[in-house]
Structure formats: C-alpha cells, structure tokens
Design a protein around this ligand. Structure first.
Ligand code: ADP
Ligand code: MG
Length: 280
C-alpha cells in the first residue's frame, strides 16, 4: 500500500497537460502534485500511474515518490477558478499524489543530452507499458538537479480499456519513432538484458498491490479486485520477455530543428549533459 497523507491546502493548478493536476500541501508537510479521481480521464488513469510509476521505481528509473491522498473538497473553497472548483468537488476522498519537484523544468531534447544507456532504459520501459505520451511534442520528463525524472504514466497500458483483447494488445509492437529520446541512440538491447529479468511475477504482484481497491472494484468481467490485479500482472509479464524485439524506430528519428547558433554559441556547454545512472 502507498503511504497515505491528507491534503491540507490547494496551492495552484498545473495547466501544462490536459488533466489539470494541482499542487497541494499535505499533513506530512510534503508538497505534492495531486492527480484527481474526478478528472475526465477517469480512475484508470490513476491505476496506470500507480502500476507504471511503482514499476519504474522498482526498475531503478527516476519516478517521483507516490502517495495516496485524502481530499476534503472544502480546502478548495477559496479557489476562484470554476473548473478547479468542479474538479475538487468531484474528487472528494482518495486521490493520487506525486512528490512535487520544486524548480524542475520540462525536458527539452535540444537543451539536454541523455546517454544511450539511459535513453535505452526509458524507451524499453515505455515500450513495456505501451506509453504513448513521451513524444518530443509532449515529453512528460522533468530535469531536476541534473537528473531526468519520468512523470505522467496515465496514458499507458491501452489494453486495460478493453480487457477481452488484452492478450493480443499486449503482443503488439511499439513504434518509438516519435519518442523524445529516439534521437539519442537508445541502447535497447542493453536495457532489455538488464531490465527484463527484473520484471518477475513477484515484482509485478507487489506493484499491483499498491493500487487502492476502490479504483479497481466493479470492473466488468472480473469478480474480484485481485483477479483484476492478476490481469495487469499477466499482461506486463508476457510483454516484458520479448517487447524489445518489437520496438521500431525510424533511422531518422524526428526532432525539432536546432536553435540558431547565436542563441547557444555563448553557452559553456550545449546541449547540457544530464547525469548518467552511474553518476548518482
Ligand atoms: N512531480 C512534479 N514536479 C513538478 N512538476 C510537475 C510534477 N508532475 C507534473 N508536473 C508539471 O505539471 C504538468 C502536468 O502534469 P502531468 O502529470 O503531465 O499531467 P497531465 O499531462 O495529465 O495534465 C507537467 O507537464 C509538469 O510541468
Ligand atoms: Mg502530461
């Protein structure tokens, strides 16, 4: 189970993506990015955040710490924005929190370099969870203290929107041509060799156990939340063994054109290097 905290103050909305998460303070004196159960994308988005976020952490990737957060919508009464008010009202009770990384900035493939081993691990992980939300248009990666952090795993595991087709969907290929790290020559083979053996039934079962029951109940076709948890485990376990063989990437990975030299020539190092795993 994830640690549970109680939201004490709604600070401000984050408008960059589509789901309107908010910065929220909690009774443990932490500051979190809160993802709301009442958001239009529904509770499966939060299930995906927990399963993929915890899995990423267990594989040694940098994903901010996750908590479950209790929300009393009364804390948003002073919030002037009608849209935020509605969202808070629809989200009383259990929501998801992610450690807020203060001072982080969005990853830009022109400003930062990632080494091929790191890039390979992220691309392999995204292929495993079938993440369609890590393109150069919408990287969902933050740079914080020189490290790359992965956020926003809500749009993953497409198969959980149609369980009867889950086995065949999990066998599908992953096109990484648009992946934000495709231009860095990701070493997929090294990533598969290092990470695939770690994705065991035991590990996936532990990760699935972190999803609160109330986000899993009443799923059509499943008579218990544990049966549904096993379906997540089975889909990811099957995929982990061979997904590296099905990752495609066009030779000319698309990336936006470089900024003009007069913008960057005076900088001491450009693009900036992010830390390798071995640096930390
Ligand atoms: N843990 C975090 N620390 C700092 N900023 C964050 C964090 N999580 C999200 N953000 C910011 O909020 C934006 C929206 O969050 P994200 O999880 O991508 O939600 P969505 O795209 O579903 O709206 C991100 O693009 C990022 O700028
Ligand atoms: Mg996003």
């Amino acid at each position: 189970m994830l640690t549970e905290v109680i939201a004490t103050r709604y600070v401000t909305p984050l408008r960059e993506g589509g789901s309107l998460p908010g910065i929220v303070e909690a009774d443990d004196l932490g500051t979190y990015v809160m993802k709301f159960t009442g958001a239009g994308q529904g509770r499966k988005t939060l299930v995906a955040e927990v399963i993929c976020g915890r899995l990423g952490q267990r594989l040694g990737l940098r994903v901010p710490r996750l908590v479950q957060m209790q929300l009393d919508p009364v804390i948003g009464l002073g919030e002037p924005d009608q849209e935020v008010q509605e969202l808070l009202k629809a989200s009383g009770g259990l929501n998801l929190g992610m450690d807020y990384l203060p001072g982080s900035i969005g990853f830009d493939p022109l400003a930062y370099q990632v080494d091929p081993v790191e890039a390979g691990r992220v691309v392999w992980f995204d292929a495993l969870i079938n993440n369609v939300d890590r393109s150069w248009r919408n990287p969902n990666m933050l740079v914080w203290h020189g490290d790359v952090w992965l956020i926003d795993h809500g749009a993953t595991m497409i198969w959980h929107h149609n369980w009867p087709t889950a086995q065949s969907a999990a066998a599908k290929p992953y096109n990484a041509s648009d992946h934000v790290l495709a231009p860095f020559g990701p070493d997929i083979a090294a990533a598969a060799e290092a990470l695939a053996p770690l994705v065991t039934r035991e590990l996936l079962t532990e990760v699935a156990a972190d999803v609160p029951d109330e986000w899993l109940v009443d799923e059509p076709g499943f008579d218990s939340t544990d049966a549904l948890r096993r379906a997540y485990v089975d889909a990811l376990l099957t995929r982990a063994a061979t997904v590296h063989e099905r990752i495609s990437m066009q030779a000319q990975a698309k990336a936006p054109s470089k900024p003009p030299g007069w913008l960057t020539d005076h900088l001491p190092e450009w693009p900036h290097k992010t830390k390798k795993k071995s640096d930390s």
